[in-house]
Each structure stands twice: as C-alpha cells, then as structure tokens.
Design a protein around this ligand. Structure first.
Ligand SMILES: [Zn+2]
Length: 224
C-alpha cells in the first residue's frame, strides 16, 4: 500500500512577551501540528490548542524561572519547556539553545547558559532539522536606534559563538528571536529565520518530513 506522507507543519513563534492573542489567532488560521517559540515567552499558564515548545529568553518572569528549574512550577499540558540540547519532537530533530534569563532588562545580546552551549557542541554531528536559539547567529544587521547612545546606526545583532555553533551543527533551519525584526536569509546553505514580535511578523511556518517515519519504513526489510 502506498501512503502519501506529508511533512509536519511546524509553527515558529517569535518573542511573545505575554501576547497570546496574536499567537492564538495565527494558530487558528494556519493549524500547525505543533509550535516552537524562541523565548521571552511569559505564557507559562496559557492553554494552547497544539503543543507549544518554548525556550527561555533573556526576559522571563523570575518566579517562573525559579519554579521551572526546581520543578515546582505546574505547566499546563500543551505548555512544554525545552531546557536545551537535542530533542526529538514527533520525529523532528530540534536543538535548543535558550537565552540566559537576567534580572534586569538591559538591552544587548541575549547570552546563553554556558553549560547548555557546551552540551549542544558535544551533540553536534547528529542530524538537526531545527536549531532554535533566543539570540541569533550570522550577520544580521539593521539601521536602528541604539538605546544606550540615542544614535541611529548600523547594528549587527549576531552573537558570534552562536554562529560558530550553527556552523558545527549544520541544521536545516536556524531560528531565533530577541531582536524583534523579521527576516528569512540563507547563510552558508542554512536557512536563518529571524522572527519578529508583532502580529504580522511574529510567526513563520515550516514543513518538515519527520525522520522516524522514514526510518520506520526501513524496518520493513524492503517489503512494500
Ligand atoms: Zn530577548
């Protein structure tokens, strides 16, 4: 019997900062199989219609951060926190590098937990469909007003260690947020998806063929 396999539709969501309304209306319209959110999330108590996988950004609620790390925070069923490193989600390989939650909301790079960075480095070599980080890799510039100097100038949002890690991991997609600017760009054969934070720019859909279905087919020893 020939089955016509479709890829999984994965909704990628940018910094939500508690904005569940725009995220939910996008999910209702586009019907993804599941979503991945890139940090600065704040929606730890939200009920979602599809599984919502998310990472820490640099701006999270400190009470929730503590409770999640010590295991006392009760997340709702579809609310799925990714601590970092490689995970398999319905046959899709996802590597997560969260931002480092900081007590004060100072502008600047998102940073990341160094031990999680090292874990990701050690896991490089595995097949990765989606590399998800809060800050971004590869040159990503824009004319912007520097909050510290008050001047409008060319800012590069790249965090170079993230670029190095992406080069090592070679995912199909590298997904990030933090800078609130939307762009889809090719860098060295990797599609970099930079997500925005407003209704028109906070989401992007990708379709990925799950690998477990491919390897599942292999276990039939060549029989149709
Ligand atoms: Zn951020």
């Amino acid at each position: 019997m020939v089955s016509h396999e479709m890829g999984l539709r994965i909704g990628l969501l940018g910094d939500l900062h508690g904005n569940s309304l725009d995220a939910k209306s996008w999910i209702r319209r586009t019907q993804p199989d599941f979503c991945i959110q890139v940090g600065d999330y704040w929606l730890y108590d939200e009920e979602w219609s599809v599984p919502m996988y998310w990472i820490f950004g640099n701006h999270e609620r400190s009470k929730a951060v503590r409770g999640l790390i010590d295991g006392t925070y009760p997340l709702s069923e579809n609310n799925r926190w990714l601590m970092g490193g490689l995970v398999d989600i319905q046959g899709v390989s996802v590597m997560a590098l969260p931002g480092l939650p900081q007590a004060r909301g100072a502008p600047g790079p998102a940073h990341y937990p160094p031990k999680v960075y090292e874990l990701c480095r050690r896991q490089a070599g595995a097949h990765v469909d989606l590399f998800v980080s809060h800050g971004c890799g590869f040159l990503f510039g824009a004319m912007a007003r520097d909050i510290r100097t008050g001047r409008t100038e060319f800012l590069n949002f790249e965090e170079e260690p993230i670029t190095e890690l992406i080069r090592l991991v070679r995912p199909t997609y590298a997904v990030s947020g933090h800078n609130h600017r939307f762009a889809v760009e090719e860098n060295e054969g990797i599609t970099c998806i930079r997500l925005g934070h407003r209704a028109g720019s906070l989401a992007h859909m990708v379709e990925i063929e799950p690998r477990s279905q491919v390897s599942g087919a292999d276990t039939h020893n060549g029989l149709p």
